[in-house]
Design a protein around this ligand. Structure first.
Ligand code: PEP
Ligand code: MG
Length: 294
């Protein structure tokens, strides 16, 4: 069965309407790039950079991060690589990044919220990303955006960092796309406004389902309520894709739903442009997309 799937490895997948769908890999370390390529990833749809910050005593330096991002971009050889800025807090705790005691960590100082509090960490990461951008096709993505002000502020900080690099005579690409995760219900609901601020969206269904249905994604006692095909979720997904396309922006999906074979025909019908998943799922997803055109 696995060998049979290998025929899909280098296939670009088109829908029956002739639309190209990118099938990309989620990674959380530079080592996983080889796995992504082995399974025929068209790109990296989500690099969860928080894993670079885990299991160590201090944050990785700009230089350390630069080396990792450069490595991934070079290995992917100008295929698209979406690198998500630090998403800690919630379930991902890091001893040297103190968010205090929180009653509801998933609703607390997490992801972009934490980055705004810790500009030292945020700017260091953005600097490393910008410097690495000349080695491939980098797209930067911000997590947990819940309102327009947050993406405006993130872009302002990015511009500040660009100005600092320019002053220091350091090079970076001028073609970096900027995107956000759509994983908070408010972001989905105002996706018409957010679409004007970015180049792309990536729908994070893991958190979008958790927050929309008020169900902890880690709690087995309520896992029966964690329902990806709940009409509320499907309506939000459709709305996000329509609002992005109205502004001429593209939409990916990087939560678990992206590799759920039973959902793929619907997502394609809604107009999804990219699906990103753990690498071993890529071939079966490519096969499923191609099935409709034979
Ligand atoms: C998501 O929320 O769907 C997502 C892809 O991000 P993470 O699983 O890292 O929270
Ligand atoms: Mg998430």
């Amino acid at each position: 069965e696995k060998r049979e799937l290998l025929i899909y490895k280098d296939r670009k997948v088109l829908t029956k309407d002739g639309k190209r769908i990118e099938v990309a890999a989620n990674i959380s370390s530079k080592e996983e790039v080889d796995v992504a390529l082995k399974y025929g990833a068209d790109g990296i749809g989500l690099f969860r950079t928080e894993f670079l910050f885990m299991n160590r005593e201090t944050a990785p330096t700009e230089e350390e991060q630069f080396e990792v991002y450069k490595y991934v971009l070079e290995k992917m050889d100008f295929r698209p690589v979406i690198i998500r800025t630090l998403d800690v807090g919630g379930d991902k705790k890091i001893p040297y990044i103190d968010v205090g005691t929180e009653m509801n960590p998933f609703l607390g100082l997490r992801a972009i919220r934490l980055c705004f509090e810790r500009l030292d960490l945020f700017k260091t990461q953005l600097k490393a990303l910008l410097r690495a951008s000349i080695y491939g096709n980098l797209k930067i993505m911000f997590p947990m955006i819940s309102k327009v002000d947050e993406i405006k502020r993130a872009k302002e900080i990015l511009e500040d960092v660009k100005a600092e690099l320019k002053k220091a005579g350091q090079k970076f690409s001028d073609k970096i796309e900027i995107g956000i995760m759509i994983e908070v219900p408010s972001a989905a609901i105002i996706s018409d406004l957010l679409a004007k601020e970015v180049d792309f969206f990536s729908i994070g269904t893991n958190d979008l389902i958790q927050y929309t249905l008020a169900v902890d994604r880690m709690n087995e006692k309520v896992s029966n309520i964690y329902e990806p095909s709940h009409p509320a979720i499907l309506r939000l997904i459709k709305m996000v894709i329509d609002n992005a396309h109205k502004e001429g922006k593209w939409v990916g999906m990087c939560g678990e739903m992206a590799s759920d074979i039973s959902m793929i025909p619907l997502l394609i019908d809604y107009g999804i442009d990219e699906l990103s998943m753990s690498a071993p799922s890529i071939l079966k997803v490519k096969k499923e997309i191609l099935k409709s055109i034979g």
